[in-house]
Design a protein around this ligand. Structure first.
Ligand code: FAD
Length: 107
């Protein structure tokens, strides 16, 4: 089975990078495809406990928000924070997601 930590780090890199290059004004079709991608991703993610919890997260009141890059980036950051909290890791300041994943740190 894959190394859950290495898989997680590379998967978060992929997911946050997708939000960083997401359009500021996505078409309705792209929004639909993005929700569909996340739903499929959550079923195929190759760590079954992780996948199960991520599916529950998406199906709960935390349904993906994909109306704009900012909204999607913040949603992904909150989804990552939910996993951080579950694992006893520090929460990330979601006002800084774009600095970390798109524009680069200012300091
Ligand atoms: P990671 O959490 O992998 O973070 C990588 C980098 O992202 C950090 O160094 C930081 O710069 C940045 N970052 C941190 N938090 C945020 C945030 N909120 N928003 C934006 N950037 C941030 N592991 C389990 O053991 N059990 C699980 O149930 C589980 N579920 C997962 C579900 C998903 C969908 C994914 C993608 C991963 C899951 N993981 C799970 C893996 C886990 O989240 C970590 O990736 C892994 O533990 C390695 O952690 P890390 O401390 O190296 O940093």
């Amino acid at each position: 089975p894959p190394d859950v930590e290495a898989l997680g780090r590379s998967s978060w890199t992929l997911l946050h990078s997708i939000t960083a290059t997401y359009p500021t004004a996505p078409s309705p079709e792209l929004q639909k495809e993005t929700k569909s991608f996340l739903s499929t991703f959550s079923k195929l993610y190759p760590c079954w406990v992780c996948a199960e919890d991520f599916q529950k997260y998406i199906a709960s009141e935390n349904a993906p928000k994909v109306n704009s890059r900012d909204e999607f980036g913040k949603w992904m950051c909150e989804a990552h924070n939910a996993v951080n909290v579950k694992l006893g890791k520090e929460r990330f300041d979601c006002n800084r997601w774009e600095e970390r994943w798109r524009t680069g740190w200012k300091d």
